[in-house]
Design a protein around this ligand. Structure first.
Ligand SMILES: Cc1ncc(COP(=O)(O)O)c(C=O)c1O
Length: 346
């Protein structure tokens, strides 16, 4: 395989910067399982404050945040509502069923976002025969929705319906900070509509690993139990928490650059022969585009790009996803667009 010149596969591809590595090397550490790691404790306090929640817990991954939250909120046989393309349905190896005994029902959203009427219609009547609809989960940004940003008013509407019916509300905030930067909304303003909410450190924020789950003290106490049970409790985790603290200081505002680069890339490829893409829908750092018109599958286009040193993911037979991040600059997206032009040229 030739050397990779541009990696647009995912925002998880970024490597820790020199400043982040220095912060990691100098981190104060202790035993995280015993709540004795000062860097982890600082990180949890920072994220709790950012989200306006009383407490938070450090997790190895965003997947574990989703799974632990569902484990806290659900009894076996309960139902979780979310968009049909949401990450726990598509990409968490059946975790809700395996770990919580919960059934996920996918709502037919538009770009990963559903509305209050859909939630209302999906909540089951409480009776012995029915699964208990227990949780509403909202993904912001919605990954397979194209990195779309939930409008705050829509979040308020769907969560109000859920809460009125006694459901818990959960936000998958893998890219919450992309959403808040794009929308100009404070993280707290989204967070107040949710009983549990998390942010990923290893995506746009550029950390090598980690996510932080927040909620009230009782929820976090229960979460600790399941984190322990799943093997997520750590030891001198301050080394990685320090990366998170560094990222919160240095890598939030710059997400706007990723969004601008995504838009630039989208505009550059929108007119290429056989490529279908609506530039007006690019809100954050993801660009999904349809390559069916090129006469090639997404997998073929992916392989031809790789041969030229550019990596873009193939999500389905016809759909590709490019994702901008900390290690991708303006010149990189321009090179990627030129390379795609060569690959699809008739
Ligand atoms: C929307 C969404 N939720 C959850 C996750 C899981 O995060 P992690 O990779 O940290 O487990 C991802 C990862 O891509 C994601 O895109």
């Amino acid at each position: 395989m030739p050397a990779l010149k541009v990696d647009l596969y995912s925002d998880t591809a970024s490597k820790p910067t020199a400043g982040m590595r220095k912060a990691m090397a100098e981190a104060e550490v202790g035993d995280e399982q015993m709540n004795e790691d000062p860097s982890v404790n600082r990180l949890c306090a920072r994220v709790a404050e950012l989200l306006g929640k009383p407490a938070a817990v450090f997790m190895p991954s965003g997947t574990m945040c989703n799974q632990v939250a569902f484990r806290v909120w659900c009894q076996p046989g309960d139902e979780i509502l979310m968009d049909r393309q949401a990450h726990p349905i598509s990409s968490e190896a059946g975790g809700p069923a395996a770990l919580s005994g919960a059934l996920c029902t996918g709502l037919d959203g538009e770009r990963g976002m559903f509305d209050a009427a859909q939630v209302k219609a999906a909540i089951r009547i409480r009776r012995r025969h029915n699964p208990r609809t227990a949780v509403l989960s909202v993904e912001n940004t919605a990954n397979r929705g194209g990195g779309s940003v939930w409008p705050l008013a829509k979040v308020a509407e769907v969560t109000a319906v859920a809460r009125e019916a006694g459901l818990k509300t959960h936000m998958d905030g893998a890219r919450l900070l992309n959403a808040t930067v794009a929308a100009g909304v404070a993280p707290k303003d989204y967070a107040r509509h949710f009983d549990s909410i998390w942010v990923d450190l290893s995506k746009g924020l550029g950390c090598p690993v980690g996510a932080v789950l927040a909620g009230d003290a009782e929820f976090i106490d229960h979460s600790w139990r399941y984190k322990q049970q799943l093997g997520g409790a750590m030891r001198q985790a301050g080394v990685i928490a320090a990366a998170g603290l560094y990222a919160l200081d240095h890598h939030i505002d710059r997400l706007a650059e990723d969004h601008a680069n995504a838009k630039h890339f989208a505009s550059a490829i929108a007119q290429l022969p056989g490529i279908k893409l609506d530039v007006s829908q690019i809100e954050t750092n993801m660009i999904y585009f349809d390559v069916a018109g090129t006469g090639m599958t997404a997998f073929e286009v992916r392989d031809k790009l790789i041969a030229k040193g550019v990596r873009i993911g193939a999500s389905t037979e016809r759909l590709m996803r490019a994702c901008t991040h900390l290690d991708v600059g303006r010149a990189d997206v321009e090179l990627a667009a030129r390379t795609l032009r060569e690959v699809v040229a008739r």
